[in-house]
Design a protein around this ligand. Structure first.
Ligand code: PMP
Length: 279
């Protein structure tokens, strides 16, 4: 079942118009929530980010967070989702193609669930990354549907036989195509500050919180590709990828070229948080 406006409907009854501004302009915002054991993970962070994205692109949310939350719970219940994700997007609405905001259009809400298993193989063994220019706009903190630069960057990585791309602006690392990036140096954690150049990841926040609880010093400070070349460990964070070690960058090993001890400790703390039995 899909959520369309405020109704639950079978997918083939969801009538998205070709005049939806999401389709013409990518004129909309979205969120991807994680569900563990049938329960939404860190929903407040996602709602806060959604409200911020909506405010800044001036799309009026059709209902408040309480109503949105109850609709998402209904959606999860109707789909009997235990492990997976909920994708939700809100476009500015339906109107003939023209750049100015339409006078009449009402926002279009659409959401659905996907069963997704944890990506254990890459979480355990790590992934290979390549670097690429971050050519995105200067409002990367807004979760908008305009993802062409992210799509191009991800494909660039895959075309080179890698798994993910590490984006940089003039050598300063920002984040990845759909995740945030962190490195460990002299046992301390570094990640780009949460400003307009990165998405303020919910997982990034959770990981910083866990790191501080584990007495790992954290620095929200920009660093360069050159700084990364002498890092001991690196990993990405995201709703789907959780904490996934990066073992090579541009073909060169990070540290020993295997997931490191700080990454492992954080992964264990994360698993505890989401209620995975480690016995
Ligand atoms: N950066 C980008 C560009 C993303 O698309 C995502 C995925 N939403 C993230 C970071 C990670 O954010 P989160 O932890 O909230 O999934």
């Amino acid at each position: 079942m899909y959520l369309y406006q405020h109704q639950l409907l079978p997918k083939d009854e969801v009538a998205i118009s070709p005049d939806d501004r999401a389709y013409y302009f990518g004129d909309g915002i979205y969120e991807v929530f994680r569900v563990y054991n049938g329960v939404l993970f860190e929903p407040e962070g996602h709602y806060r980010r959604l409200e911020k994205s909506a405010r800044e692109v001036r799309i009026p949310l059709p209902y408040g967070v309480d109503k949105l939350h109850s609709l998402l719970l209904e959606l999860i219940g109707a789909n009997r989702l235990q492990e997976g994700t909920v994708y939700m997007q809100i476009s500015r609405g339906v109107a003939p193609r023209s750049h100015p905001f339409p006078q009449q259009a009402e926002p279009v809400v659409m959401a659905y669930c996907s069963e997704v298993s944890r990506t254990l193989k890459s979480m355990q063994g790590g992934i290979r990354a390549v670097t690429a220019d971050d050519i995105r706009w200067l409002k990367c903190d807004l979760k908008t549907l305009n993802l062409l630069a992210n799509v191009m960057a991800k494909q660039h990585a895959l075309d080179q036989g890698a798994d993910e791309v590490i984006l940089h602006r003039n050598g300063t690392i920002t984040e990845c195509s759909a995740s945030n990036f962190m490195m460990v140096k002299e046992g301390e954690l570094f990640t780009h500050p949460a400003n307009h150049l990165i998405l303020h990841g919910i997982t990034r926040e959770v990981v910083l919180r866990l790191a501080r609880q584990l007495d790992i010093r954290c620095h929200e400070r920009a660093f360069s590709i050159e700084d990364l070349s002498s890092a001991e460990e690196a990993f990405i964070t995201g709703t789907v990828t959780e904490i996934t070690p990066v073992v090579t960058v541009d073909g060169k090993p990070v540290g020993r070229g295997e997931p490191g001890p700080v990454t492992r400790r954080l992964q264990q703390a994360f698993e505890q948080l989401i209620g995975i039995d480690q016995a």
